[in-house]
Design a protein around this ligand. Structure first.
Ligand SMILES: [Zn+2]
Ligand SMILES: [Zn+2]
Length: 469
């Protein structure tokens, strides 16, 4: 069966032009000039989808999500089924989630368990990074095997002592291993040892409200860890990808390294571009708990948000992901009612990334092609999925979003599809709306209805990062 998407404006990293997209089965077979003989011929026998007035963009690629992640005595409230369906509603057709090995656990077993959990339940295609929470001889050796099986990126933590934390020697060893096998090291760059000192002091003083989460996770601790990670990556000769960067000082470190030509990359997330300590984490009562995530939101008075937008323009920030890790207020965030340290870290946002970053196009922060580059093309290349994902061209998977750039609506818990009892984005009015979503040629979202099913999504064996210089 063939589908012809007609009448729309196809957006790529290099421009936005009227074009028609021909799909055969799961694959794009041609991008055609409107009115051309080939376009007219393509209409014969094809199902025609009218995209008049709409942007036709490659499906979103969110390379940082945590479906049903066990954290802090509870489990992230979106499972693979609800979370990937919500992603599809928001125009994201690929996620890369994480399998987690903790200290003392077997990497292979942890990955197998995670694969089994996702199997047959995802609405969209999915891959995995591997969290190495316990660097030892066994886990290092397993990294080589994983790269050959399509798990080509490894996340390490400089935070969360006693949970995921790796010390500098362990980080260096993992980097040396990645240097040999082509893997990408992803780093949670915050000095967790120092953070825990301030966190305990704050608690002892009686400063227990959610806002203290932001106060103790100082920007200096993020920039120091980012700097240290970069130096270790230089010695270890491994490519480095800083996840969820939120402090302008950390961005400076990335910019310096990139200026020297190092293979250092960074992502940020919508929450760091739009939310702040003052307006969100410091909401009255316990409301701020909804905005507890790590790295934390930053102060608007220090203009971190403006600097992050600038980083998105300069490419020192190359990717926007969500770090989707939703916890309900009831019974989950509430675990930290009397102690901010016990609030599960995470914000639900997998559904809102495309819309929130499109607002940056509307506000003049970034160009339309840059929106596609940040949300789709670069994440696909960064994580070894291009050109299967992240682009509309012959041979690519027909993961396509029809986006209405003029439709204004309001985000909130009543309209979202994530399995969470509140929305960090409640009441935000956006212009731009995901109208239709195709995943490998199948229309899964259209006219405010979901037409897909659990198990549509397939596991993606990824190649190594295609962004290395
Ligand atoms: Zn992290
Ligand atoms: Zn994360």
């Amino acid at each position: 069966m063939t589908i012809l998407i007609k009448g729309g404006t196809v957006v790529s990293t290099t421009g936005a032009d009227p074009a028609e997209v021909l799909i055969d089965g799961e694959t794009v077979t041609a991008v055609l000039q409107p009115g051309s003989a080939m376009a007219l011929a393509a209409e014969d026998g094809a199902q025609v989808i009218d995209a008049t007035g709409k942007l036709v963009v490659p499906g979103g690629v969110d390379v940082h999500t945590h479906m049903e992640l066990p954290f802090g005595g509870t489990v992230a409230s979106d499972d693979f089924e609800t979370g990937t369906r919500a992603a599809a509603w928001g125009g994201t057709t690929t996620i890369v989630d994480f399998a987690t090995q903790r200290y003392g656990e077997n990497v292979r077993q942890c990955l197998d368990d995670r694969m089994a959990l996702a199997e047959g339940r995802c609405a969209i295609d999915y891959g995995f990074h591997m969290i190495i929470g316990g660097v030892d001889n066994d886990s290092l050796k397993e990294m080589d095997a994983l790269v050959n099986e399509g798990i080509t990126s490894f996340k390490l933590f400089m935070a969360y002592p006693g949970v995921f934390y790796a010390d500098d020697g362990q980080i260096l060893r993992a980097m040396q291993q990645a240097s040999g096998n082509g893997g990408l090291i992803m780093m949670h760059a915050e000095n967790g040892i120092a953070i825990d000192v301030l966190a305990e002091q704050a608690y002892e003083r009686g400063d227990t409200d959610p806002v203290n989460h932001g106060y103790v996770r100082r920007a200096e601790f993020e920039s120091e860890a980012t700097h240290r990670a970069i130096q270790l990556a230089k010695v270890g000769a491994a490519p480095l990808y800083i996840v969820h960067l939120s402090a302008k000082e950390a961005l400076e470190q990335v910019a310096i390294a990139r200026g020297k030509g190092m293979n250092v990359f960074a992502e940020t997330c919508p929450q760091y571009l739009y939310f702040s300590v003052e307006d969100h984490l410091d909401k009255p009562g316990f409301e701020g708990a909804a905005y507890v995530c790590s790295t934390p939101l930053r102060s608007k008075h220090e203009h971190h948000q403006d600097e992050l937008w600038n980083g998105l323009r300069t490419n020192d920030l190359a990717v926007v992901s969500t770090d989707h890790c939703p916890f309900c207020m009831k019974e989950q965030k509430e675990l930290g009612l009397n102690d901010f340290r016990a609030i599960p870290n995470g914000i639900g946002g997998v559904e809102h990334r495309m819309d929130m970053i499109f607002q940056g196009v509307r506000n003049g922060e970034i160009s339309l092609p840059r929106w596609v580059e940040l949300c789709s093309t670069t994440p696909a290349r960064m994580m070894g999925m291009y050109p299967k994902k992240g682009v509309i061209q012959p041979g690519s998977d027909a993961d396509i979003v029809l986006y209405d750039p003029n439709h204004t609506w309001t985000i909130g818990v009543d309209t979202h599809h994530m399995n969470i009892d509140h929305s960090a984005y409640e009441g935000i009015e956006v212009t731009g709306h995901v109208d239709t979503v195709l995943s490998r040629g199948k229309v899964i979202v259209d006219a405010d209805a979901y037409h897909g099913s659990a198990g549509d999504g397939q596991f993606l064996r990824r190649s190594t990062s295609q962004y290395l210089i």
